[in-house]
Write a protein that binds this ligand. Sequence first.
Ligand code: DGI
Ligand code: FE
Ligand code: FE
Ligand code: FE
Length: 187
Amino acid sequence: MNRNEMMAAVKAEMPERRWTHTLGVMETSILLAERFGGDPVRAERAAILHDVAKYWPTSRMEMIIREQRLPEELLRFDKELWHAPVGAFVAERDYGVTDAEILDAIRYHTSGREGMTLMDKIVCLADYMEPGRDFPGVTHIRELAEHNLEQALVAGFDSTISYLLQQGKRIFPLTIAARNDLILRLR
Ligand code: DGI
Ligand code: FE
Ligand code: FE
Ligand code: FE
């Protein structure tokens, strides 16, 4: 599927404000790829598709997690996490994406993971700091992202973890692993 067909199909899967967010993640992914030596074309592909399953009914996501043998552990954590691995499956099945790095960037854009690739980092950080985002700490994340991709991403995970703590929610182990790994590499 070409870029324009992909954009039209993804747009139809979501409300207008989520499509606006997707356009922001696309633009920011290109910018970060150019800044940090990534591949802007492939990063943009991942960005177009990253939230493709965000508005799917939870029952439909749960079915895919079970049928496709995605980690069932996900089902014991916040449903907000599900659209990322489900999105990677949908990108491959319905959009014909075969590039494993693009699929992984979609799969891990919410949770992060240990050993994040440059593409994983770009899409995850773009998701935090695209122009439409407004949450406490986003300005600091954007400032860090001027020079240091990893530091900015740690600040992003910190904001998510603080939020989850405040809400009394469980924290998915991959998010802790992602943050620990980034910090180890920053030393
Ligand atoms: O899909 P978006 O809203 O653009 O952003 P996202 O895919 O990063 O999803 C973020 C949501 O996921 C946010 O509301 C926090 C929630 N969430 C729940 N549990 C976890 C989690 N995010 C991470 N990183 N780790 C968790 O354990
Ligand atoms: Fe998302
Ligand atoms: Fe995110
Ligand atoms: Fe997003």
